[in-house]
Design a protein around this ligand. Structure first.
Ligand SMILES: [Fe+2]
Length: 287
């Protein structure tokens, strides 16, 4: 069984790296860590980077997960191979560009591109956000899935994730104590459905709600609170139709709760996404 230690980064293609960079800094509030060729690397916490925009196809998304050791990476590659999944090891140049010691890449059953990495670089300098959005770090992604039942089996049985709750057939998956680091939403698209950054408090969410409206950024859901994770949230539109989320107050499922924990089943209803009454303008969240 593969043991995902943490979610590490998202890499997104875009036809306009400059516009995406302005958005990541001026709207989301990330720190521009560096530029390398036609790519920009962004920090959201103490890590080297947690988001990359590179010049390319806006449908080209890769999600990076950290494993604990080289041995675990080798075992993961063997396990994927045994499951008849094509695995490709990153070259030295690709590892350097990702700022990792080593990695392998494969696609999940829906075609999403996944990197498993070891020894990703930490940042030596203090994270200094481009403005005070209250971000405490990159935390989770929504992933598109044409078949959430099939993909839940893969993510739980091959990648070791655990189901925290389900909305309809959509599972919210944890790889540590945090309620979810991955969520699989029914969609005919491939790749990342939304990108979450945690913010410090509800004040940051409400400040963002006013700030983003003033800046003309389209709010697509919220402010609200998820009855699943308990997190308060705000979703807004980013470059190339990507959805970004700020959230705060996510529930933990601790080792003490773990033995008897049973995922809760929520119906596919607006009230399963927001307990305050906000209605999503996000295709994958629509009932
Ligand atoms: Fe989310």
């Amino acid at each position: 069984m593969i043991n995902l230690w943490d979610i590490r980064y998202v890499r997104l293609g875009t036809p306009d790296v400059e516009a995406a960079t302005r958005y990541a800094c001026d709207v989301v509030g990330l720190e521009l860590g560096r530029r390398e060729g036609k790519a920009a690397y962004f920090r959201s916490d103490d890590r080297d980077h947690t988001l990359v925009y590179f010049e390319g196809d806006p449908q080209d998304h890769t999600i990076g997960f950290e494993l604990r050791s080289m041995e675990e990476l080798q075992a993961a590659a063997s396990a994927l191979d045994a499951a008849h999944i094509e695995v490709r090891a990153g070259t030295a140049d690709e590892c350097a560009r990702r700022a990792v010691g080593a990695y392998v890449n494969f696609r999940d059953p829906n075609g999403s591109s996944i990197d498993l990495v070891v020894r990703p670089h930490h940042g030596g300098t203090r994270h200094w956000p481009s403005h005070d959005a209250g971000i405490t770090g990159f935390s989770h992604i929504g992933l598109c899935s044409a078949n959430p039942v099939r993909d839940e089996t893969f993510w739980t049985q091959t990648l070791g994730a655990k189901v925290s709750d389900r909305i309809g057939t959509a599972p919210l998956l944890r790889i540590d104590e945090v309620h979810h680091k991955i969520a699989l939403f029914p969609s005919q698209r491939v790749g990342v459905q939304h990108i979450n950054h945690q913010v410090e408090s509800v004040d940051d969410i409400m400040r963002a709600w006013y700030r983003l409206q003033k800046a003309g950024v389209r709010i697509v859901f919220g402010p609200g609170r998820h009855p699943t994770s308990g997190a308060m949230f705000l979703y807004f539109e980013g470059p190339d139709g990507m959805v970004y989320e700020y959230s705060s107050g996510v529930r933990l499922i601790t080792p003490e709760q773990e033995p008897g924990y049973l995922p809760r089943q929520f119906p596919m209803a607006d009230s399963s996404f927001c307990m305050w009454g906000s209605k999503p303008d996000i295709a994958e969240f629509k009932v």
